[in-house]
Design a binder for this molecule. Structure first.
Ligand code: PLP
Length: 413
């Protein structure tokens, strides 16, 4: 390769264009070299990939009190960590085997092994659902605001994503949701409890949705199940088009190991297995998962901490005049108004991370706070009180206090 070719290969095209415009000693040779470069920039992905949104959660600079991502804020069961430390170096060289652990998980839920699939977090489960069940042009149905990965995975397959927007109550709009089901609906995803709202959908409503759309798969995302308690897991197998997802990232505290699961009709689970990698869950996660599942004492302790903390957060917000929504999850959504970003910045400076949800549909001015264990709730609330004072916040600034008309918004259809 000549020096000019090497140069041409290393220079961004925009710079080459500039060089070409200016002229210069290497111009002819450079242009000749450029004409022989592979046309990498002309490669296009599927149209859907160009159209799909991207999800870039703010992961940088999180060495603080993490009340921003709804993770477990402490540690998993000590038994998980003990198991982790017993793993061998040679163990890392072996491809992971999922099925023995799927057997344990299936037994825990009273299911057959072919009704269960372990996934690389619920994120991957959502991705697999979209891959397995959506064709370009199919419709998929979600209720917004909700977990953004539904948008990402669905739009990857089809532009036919229908979003039914909740009203100011942020409650699940059951009637409007049912009315949005059409013969083209192939996938429905409902989170209960929902993120970022903390609201729930009753089992009766979920079963009614599954019944109204027999041509579609209904995925009930129970990522926050443990902080609530209601489930459709018992309906797996009886409702042929139901798939229930659970994560080990939240109550179990394994977000960094990336492990979740789906349970459903064996035929449907078979399609998901077909589109998943046989090694989708790493061996470290597989090794510790049985320990996590077996330690009910730890789980009960953590969930109880969250339930108590959630009450404390709700009470403190009421006292401060901050409007919030009743939550069945490990977080609470607050209506701050225009100073939403200022609040998050000031809290961050005090070492407490919150999550600004202002760009979620219908959430302009809303901020989410994750509930931690006792002393973390105390620190979080102390920080919040001080920060609201520092930014001179008053309850009149909340979005809902100002009314929709003042915000120039219309009622959702
Ligand atoms: C509703 C919901 N589903 C799924 C997930 C992702 O879970 P996982 O860590 O298992 O991918 C989240 C994470 O915040 C969530 O809020």
């Amino acid at each position: 390769m000549s020096v000019a070719s090497k140069l041409a290969a290393g220079i961004p095209k925009s710079l080459l264009d500039e060089l070409r415009a200016e002229g210069g000693p290497f111009e002819d040779e450079l242009l000749h070299s450029l004409s022989h470069l592979p046309a990498a920039t002309q490669v296009e992905p599927r149209r859907a990939v160009l159209a799909m949104p991207e999800y870039h959660p703010p992961l940088a600079g999180r060495d603080a009190l993490r009340l921003d991502f709804n993770e477990n804020t402490v540690a998993p069961s000590p038994k998980v960590f003990a198991k982790l430390q017993s793993l061998t170096a040679e163990g890392l060289t072996i491809y992971p085997e999922r099925q023995p652990v799927e057997r344990i998980v299936a037994a825990k839920f009273g299911l057959n092994v072919d009704q269960v699939l372990l996934t690389n977090g619920v994120d991957e489960a959502i991705h697999l659902m979209a891959c397995a069940f959506l064709e370009d042009g199919d419709e998929a149905l979600i209720c917004t605001p909700t977990f953004f990965m539904y948008d990402v995975s669905i739009m990857m397959m089809t532009p036919g994503l229908k979003r039914v927007q909740a009203d100011d109550s942020l409650e699940f709009p059951f009637e409007r949701f049912m009315a949005a089901i059409t013969p083209k609906t192939k996938l429905i995803i409902v989170a209960s409890p929902n993120n970022p709202t903390g609201t729930t959908v009753s089992r009766e409503h979920l079963l009614a949705i599954a019944k109204a759309a027999p041509q579609a798969v209904l995925m009930v995302d129970e990522a926050y199940f443990h902080f609530h308690g209601d489930t459709t897991m018992g309906d797996v197998g009886n409702v042929p088009n139901l798939i229930v997802a659970r994560t080990f990232s939240k109550a179990y505290g394994l977000a960094n190991l990336r492990v979740g699961m789906v349970a459903g009709d064996a035929r449907l689970i078979g399609f998901l297995k077909k589109v998943s990698s046989p090694y989708n869950v790493n061996g470290v996660a597989l090794a510790v998962l049985p320990e996590a599942l077996a330690d009910d004492t730890y789980l009960q302790w953590y969930v109880e901490q969250i339930r108590i903390g959630r009450e404390r957060v709700a009470a403190a917000l009421k006292e401060l005049g901050v409007r919030s929504w009743p939550s069945a999850a490990n977080f609470v959504l607050m209506d701050i108004g225009k100073k939403h970003k200022q609040l998050c910045d000031v809290m961050r400076a005090k070492g407490v991370l919150l999550r600004d949800r202002s760009t979620d549909p219908g959430c302009d001015g809303y901020v989410r706070i994750t509930v931690g264990v006792e002393e973390q709730v105390t620190r979080g609330l102390d920080g919040l009180r001080a920060s609201l004072k520092e930014i001179g916040w008053t309850p009149a600034e909340s979005v809902l206090a100002q009314g929709k008309a003042a915000r120039g918004e219309r009622d959702y259809e």
